[in-house]
Design a protein around this ligand. Structure first.
Ligand SMILES: NC(=O)c1ccc[n+]([C@@H]2O[C@H](COP(=O)([O-])OP(=O)(O)OC[C@H]3O[C@@H](n4cnc5c(N)ncnc54)[C@H](OP(=O)(O)O)[C@@H]3O)[C@@H](O)[C@H]2O)c1
Length: 233
């Protein structure tokens, strides 16, 4: 697709990977709207990037619906949804409680599903559209203390496969990006950004991957893309 003037929603675009994706897409000429939980940060980052800030938490259906209503009012539709907003929590399996799932699944699973539904209504009407779900290497392989987070990303990966089957006949491309570890504000209690590290990925590699999968000609798509640090050891 041609990203110039494309209308793109990046959920959780006010920090980390979402922010880097928004910046890279804007550099390609796209119109990008971002969401986030902290309204002040959302406004500040949107101003910095030249993005459109849309207030609304993706774990609350009524707010998510408002985000799509605002997109309709502003752009009259949408070309690309990037389901990026996500949170994590990590504990040994013997300490897992139902409340831990209740904390993570609304943002990591229900939000992407409902945002996907709203985007797809619009994509089907226009006869095309593009979805990137941001899962994780934790959505491909489990690891110690990952019960809740990995379960949420496996769920997102599973939904992504279902959507592909349903949506290819409607010219809607559904793609999954699985980043491995990137220092961001992810899982940081005070939401400060971690310092970048020499041997680890930066948010820019994930942004590069998102631009690349979108820019591929619409006749094809890359179903799933893992992004790893070359030598994190
Ligand atoms: N960093 C990694 O190592 C890594 C690796 C693999 C996959 N991922 C995935 O990549 C995605 C982005 O992670 P990141 O590292 O960029 O994390 P981050 O720096 O913590 O950014 C997360 C973004 O999502 C927003 N957000 C969280 N919950 C939300 C909700 N319910 N509604 C709306 N916005 C919400 C945050 O807003 P506020 O800042 O206002 O809270 C922030 O803008 C996540 O899905 C994560 O699981 C990350």
């Amino acid at each position: 697709m041609n990203l110039d003037k494309a209308r793109i929603l990046v959920t959780g675009g006010s920090s980390g990977l979402g922010k880097a994706m928004a910046a890279a897409l804007i550099a390609k000429g796209a119109h990008v709207a971002i969401t986030g939980r902290d309204p002040d940060k959302l406004q500040r980052v949107a101003e910095e990037l030249g993005a459109t800030p849309l207030e609304g938490r993706m774990d609350r259906e009524s707010e998510l619906m408002q985000v799509f209503a605002q997109l309709d009012a502003r752009w009259g539709g949408l070309d690309v949804l990037i389901n990026n907003a996500g949170i994590g929590r990590f504990e040994p399996m013997q300490e897992v409680e139902q409340s831990h799932f209740d904390e993570v699944f609304p943002t990591n699973v229900y939000g992407p599903a409902l945002a996907g539904r709203e985007a797809v209504k619009r994509f089907m009407a226009q006869g095309y559209g593009h979805i990137i779900n941001v899962a994780s290497s934790a959505g491909v392989k489990g690891f110690k203390n990952g019960t809740v987070y990995a379960a949420s990303k496996f769920a997102l990966r599973g939904m992504t496969e279902c959507w592909r089957e349903e949506l290819r006949p409607h010219n809607i491309r559904v793609m999954l990006i699985n980043p491995s570890a990137v220092p961001t504000a992810f899982n940081v209690a005070d939401r400060s950004e971690k310092e970048l590290r020499d041997k680890m990925l930066t948010p820019n590699e994930i942004a590069h991957a998102a631009v690349a999968v979108l820019e591929l000609d619409d006749r094809g798509f890359i179903p799933e893309l893992g992004v790893w640090a070359t030598n994190p050891f």
